[in-house]
Every structure is written in structure tokens, then in C-alpha cells.
Write a protein that binds this ligand. Structure first.
Ligand SMILES: [Zn+2]
Length: 189
């Protein structure tokens, strides 16, 4: 059974309304979610990266296979307002390059999937609100700060280096999202 089909309905006693709980992370466009999620399911456990951009109706605009650390978005078609999704074999959240692509191609949403998580960042109503150059500077600054906090915790034996590398980018993204009011989510699969 596909992930999109596993939907739980619950009756809310007080209002008598049926609440639908889906175990998938909705995309920026309701008509795209089914196709995007199916694609993500097919790539999330791979040891190499694959990326794709979907349009608002769930059509695939481009797809590229990369290596274990990157897959580039060579846009030969107009992908503006699309949903860019890909997998991270290392399990972490968005890189500075990912956010750069979101801004550069003015994506409605960027997503990353891993064996454990789905990460999503949706464009705010007023746009991304920051230049690429400034964002990269901020990302690197946050990364440096958060990395040193986490390497301290690893040295103290509080967490493993694998856990640290996954959580570092997540905390960087949380901090940047708070600052720019980006709609950033991480969902466990
Ligand atoms: Zn990435």
C-alpha cells in the first residue's frame, strides 16, 4: 500500500467533524503531493542523490541523478514556481546549495528525503525575502556556530558523530527559518 493511501480518519467528538490525518508531508500544491511523494519513496534509501522538479499539477519537469553528495539542477526548461525534491544519503537537512537553488529558481518549495526524515521548506507568500549572496553568508555563519556546539557534544560523548551531522543542518535551517519566516518542517517517516 502506498504511503499516500494510508490515511487515518478520526472523529472529533466535540465538533463532530472528521479530521483527516495523513502520514505524508503535504507539498506546496495539493495536486502534486501524490506524485512527489511517490517519487520520494523511490529515492529515499538510495546511496546516491537524485533530484527532480515538479510543477503544480505533479508533472515532472526535470530529473537528474548525481553521486553520493550532490545532484545538480541543470534547468533546460522553465522550473520557476516548481517543487524541487531530492534525497540526502547522509541523512541531513538542506545544504546552502539547496537553498541557493530554491532562491535561484524561485521554487515554491524545496524538499529533502532520507531514510528517516522528510524535510520541507515552502516559500512564504511574499517570496523568499533574501538575496542569494546574503543567505549563503548567513548559512555559513550559522553552520560554523552550530557545528562547534555539536562537535563539543560529540567530544563529551553525549551524541554520536552521525547524530550530530544529521542534526547540525537541521538546527541551522531552524535558525535561518525563524529569521526569514520560512515555513520549514521536518517530519519523521
Ligand atoms: Zn541537497
Amino acid at each position: 500500500m502506498g504511503e499516500t493511501q494510508r490515511v487515518i480518519t478520526r472523529r472529533n467528538k466535540s465538533s463532530n467533524r472528521i479530521q483527516v490525518q495523513s502520514n505524508v508531508l503535504e507539498t506546496a500544491y495539493p495536486n502534486s503531493t501524490k506524485n512527489v511523494v511517490a517519487f520520494e519513496k523511490s529515492i529515499r534509501n538510495n546511496s546516491f542523490e537524485t533530484l527532480a522538479v515538479f510543477d503544480k499539477d505533479g508533472n515532472i519537469l526535470l530529473q537528474n541523478r548525481g553521486n553520493e553528495t550532490e545532484a545538480e539542477a541543470h534547468a533546460t526548461v522553465n522550473v520557476e514556481n516548481g517543487i524541487l525534491t531530492h534525497n540526502h544519503p547522509n541523512g541531513g537537512s538542506f545544504s546552502d546549495i539547496d537553498i541557493q537553488s530554491a532562491l535561484h529558481f524561485n521554487q515554491a518549495e524545496v524538499r529533502v528525503v532520507t531514510d528517516t526524515y522528510t524535510y520541507s521548506m515552502k516559500r512564504p507568500y511574499d517570496g523568499w525575502g533574501v538575496s542569494n549572496r546574503k543567505m549563503i553568508r548567513e548559512y555559513k555563519k550559522e553552520l560554523k556556530k552550530v557545528s562547534s556546539e555539536y562537535s563539543k557534544r560529540v567530544k563529551e560523548g553525549k551524541i554520536t558523530s552521525e547524530e550530530a551531522s544529521i542534526d547540525t543542518t537541521h538546527v541551522v535551517m531552524k535558525n535561518l527559518s525563524k529569521k526569514y519566516v520560512w515555513n520549514y518542517t521536518r517530519k519523521i517517516n
